[in-house]
Design a protein around this ligand. Structure first.
Ligand SMILES: *[C@@H]1O[C@H](CO)[C@@H](O)[C@H](O)[C@H]1NC(C)=O
Ligand SMILES: *[C@@H]1O[C@H](CO)[C@@H](O)[C@H](O)[C@H]1NC(C)=O
Length: 329
């Protein structure tokens, strides 16, 4: 019994000491373990007692140090957008990007509110694809790319890049939506029913399809999360990454919080963790569908997002809805 207690004691002290050592910012001062109980170990960490938030902030857990390979720093200079739409996409999805530009992501659809569409990409390991995207960017000027490897596992970096971009180059925007390239967005509902341009802009606002869940420990799952990375059994509430909307002030808050939050590859879970740290509670909105839904005019008129829409279908749905605006359901 006593040996158990002292073991625990040593472990606690060692952990505590190494945590302090890590946070203290002076890696050169080595902590020497003197394997003897009677030596007051606590004394050796006394010089590092000067712990402030500044110390912690100077050593980010998750420094986002990627430079922009493609940027549109002036996109927001002459306009203050009501809504910036960030679309997570991959290099080969040329058709999907074009379909979005020509349908719901068309920046010229609305005359009373200004919307901006921005596609988010990382760097591909295939240089040819990077060059093709570079050319696409010179035509449309709606692509932002940072220098991290574009992969499913790096989706969180893509979202954080978008948050950082809004905070840096578009801080006066009112709202931001983050969505994927296979999502249909009912912009009329999003803008006029949900965000309501004529009302006072909200702050610290976040909404989408809220999920209250916990980590999946089955390694075969797409959403597998190891106990090492996330030991707790529940996630804070998070919005499905297929589409969520927030007031633009939240972009900077999430980006800054992420610098001190251990990175997780599940981007929507990770954003939820940052929101939890910030004390921002996401609102549930059943208009955000994160599953596929067969097209019907009246059904699609009621939603904000629908998942799994290939490019051809995007055009078909958009054309049908646009040409039947006069019809009642
Ligand atoms: C603690 O840190 C602050 C800010 O870095 C410094 O000004 C102060 O002198 C330090 N105090 C001690 C006791 O080291
Ligand atoms: C994510 O991006 C970083 C930075 O480019 C890279 O080192 C890492 O290998 C990428 N991870 C995956 C799983 O692709």
């Amino acid at each position: 019994m006593p040996s158990k207690v002292s073991c625990l004691y040593i472990l606690t002290v060692v952990c505590w000491a190494s945590a302090l050592w890590y946070l203290s910012g002076s890696r050169s001062t080595s902590y020497t373990y003197v394997g003897h109980m009677s030596i007051p170990i606590r004394k050796t960490v006394k010089p590092h007692k000067n712990l402030t938030f500044t110390n912690i902030r100077t050593r980010p857990l998750n420094p986002h140090t990627f430079e922009y390979l493609i940027n549109e720093p002036k996109k927001c200079e002459s306009v203050t957008p009501f809504l910036v739409i960030l679309i997570s996409t991959t290099h080969k999805e040329f058709d999907a990007r074009q379909a979005i530009r020509e349908t719901w992501g068309d920046e010229s659809t609305f005359t009373d509110v200004r919307i901006l569409t921005v596609f988010l990409l990382g760097r591909n390991t295939d240089e040819v694809l990077n060059q093709m995207v570079e050319q696409e960017s010179q035509i449309f000027h709606d692509i932002v790319m940072e220098n991290f490897i574009d992969s499913y596992h790096n989706l969180t970096l893509k979202t954080l890049m978008g948050m950082r971009w809004v905070a840096t180059f578009c801080p006066k925007a009112q709202y931001v939506m983050k969505t994927d390239s296979d999502i249909f967005v009912n912009m009329d509902n999003l803008i006029y029913k949900l965000l309501k341009p004529s009302t006072k802009p909200r702050r610290r606002y976040f909404t989408g399809y809220v999920i209250n869940g916990g980590p999946i420990r089955d390694m075969r799952s797409k959403w597998y999360m190891s106990r090492d990375l996330y030991p707790e059994s529940k996630y804070p509430p998070f919005c499905s990454g297929t589409g969520y909307v927030f007031s633009a002030d939240v972009a900077e808050l999430i980006y800054k919080t992420s610098l001190h939050t251990r990175l997780l590859h599940l981007e929507d879970v990770y954003v939820g963790l940052c929101l939890h740290k910030l004390g921002i509670h996401p609102y549930q909105n059943s208009g955000f569908n994160h599953w596929k839904m067969a097209y019907s005019l009246c059904r699609y008129r009621r939603v904000i997002t629908v998942h799994q829409i290939p490019p051809e279908e995007m055009h078909r749905i958009w054309n049908d809805m646009s040409s039947k605006k006069h019809l009642r359901c």
